[in-house]
Write a protein that binds this ligand. Structure first.
Ligand SMILES: [Zn+2]
Ligand SMILES: [Zn+2]
Length: 347
């Protein structure tokens, strides 16, 4: 089997390995579709604070080819989807109910999705592996991981305001795939949403996907009365400036979800007067819990995620380096890689 290794920034190598066999509790999957992700691009460009270089890719779906001793939930031949991590269930963070912050969340992950086969560790099999319904394509099913992150963000937002868990109006900063997935969720929840994005094609896409009231080019064209007017703001642009803009847009009593991670060591100066006197809630959001994954799965199977609009192209797995070169040059936003070259089309 082939497996892609991110060896160092901007360098993808290929390993040639025997097909894996499952240990007790594990499952081996033949990958049918794997998706590029913003986290992969960040790691490709500069490394990642929580992930080492090595087997590359984490968003995928496929068919079970072998199950280890004790696995009863899936059978060989069954189509499945999963996320790459699962909490340990026994550390202090897990005991406190913050399973997304599990101290061992990055131990034994299902990495290496850009490959012919992938091994799913026992904890992933036990908590975060699901059958893929027939009506959901392999590429759509591979959206489970990014959509789980988005659903977690919404659960953080919801818990921060017991009186109005779901805001009536929302601003999203950034229209990358994650910003657009937040928009999909907001539209599904019936929330009037404004998307801020620099690129016109992204703005058009946001408008098509249902950004309701207005979609503006940049903050300079924002009518002054709209500053400090949004009861909730989700920041997905990933810059220190966009974190500051998020605070500027939030209405008194509002919630700001800082969804995107910034490079290690970044400090963001915030308007302390606004944060204190306007009682803004600044909320972090990281990863997901198994409950978030289940909620994302339940929504995904209803077809709410317009996967075709969010995928820039479908390529054979052998074109992985080319896909990352294109992403690095902002050509496209998310590619699907298909190991079987004859099936390198929408599946
Ligand atoms: Zn991802
Ligand atoms: Zn834990």
């Amino acid at each position: 089997m082939r497996r892609a290794i991110l060896a160092s920034p901007n360098t993808i190598d290929w390993e040639d390995l025997p097909a894996p066999t499952p240990a007790p509790g594990e499952v081996i999957v033949r990958v049918r579709a794997a998706l590029t992700c913003g986290t992969d691009l960040k790691t490709y460009r500069r490394g990642h604070p929580k992930l080492a270089f090595g087997p590359f890719g984490h968003e995928a779906s496929g068919d079970v080819v072998a199950v280890g001793e004790g696995v009863r939930s899936v059978r060989p031949g069954e189509a499945v989807m999963w996320v790459q991590t699962a909490p340990c269930g026994s550390c202090a963070r897990c005991a406190a109910g913050d399973e997304n912050l599990c101290e061992h969340i990055t131990d034994d992950m299902a990495l290496g999705a850009y490959a012919d086969y992938i091994r799913l560790p026992a904890k992933v099999v036990a908590r975060n592996l699901f059958a893929k319904p027939q009506g959901l394509g392999y590429i759509e099913a591979a959206f489970l991981e990014p959509f789980s992150c988005v659903v977690h963000g919404w659960n953080v937002l919801r818990r921060a305001n017991a009186r109005t868990p779901i805001p009536h109006e929302l601003a999203i900063i950034g229209a990358g795939v994650i910003g657009l997935l937040h928009l999909v969720y907001a539209k599904h929840a019936g929330i009037t949403t404004t998307v801020f994005a620099r690129d016109d094609r992204r703005r058009d896409l946001a408008a098509r996907l249902g950004a309701a009231s207005m979609v503006v080019a940049d903050f300079d064209s924002l009518p002054p009365e709209r500053a400090a007017s949004f009861p909730a703001v989700i920041e997905c642009a990933g810059t220190s400036e966009s974190w500051q803009e998020a605070v500027r847009l939030a209405a008194p009593g509002g919630r700001v979800l800082a969804f995107s991670g910034l490079p290690k060591g970044t400090h963001v100066p915030l308007d302390a007067t606004r944060v204190h006197y306007d009682e803004l809630a600044i909320l972090g959001s990281f990863h997901f819990t198994p409950d978030d994954v289940r909620e994302a799965r339940d929504l995904l199977v209803t077809g709410v995620v317009p996967a075709r609009d969010l995928i820039s192209g479908v390529l054979p797995l052998a074109s992985l380096s080319h896909a990352f070169e294109m992403l690095d040059h902002r050509a496209g936003h998310k590619y699907a890689l298909i190991p079987e070259p004859a099936q390198a089309q929408w599946i």
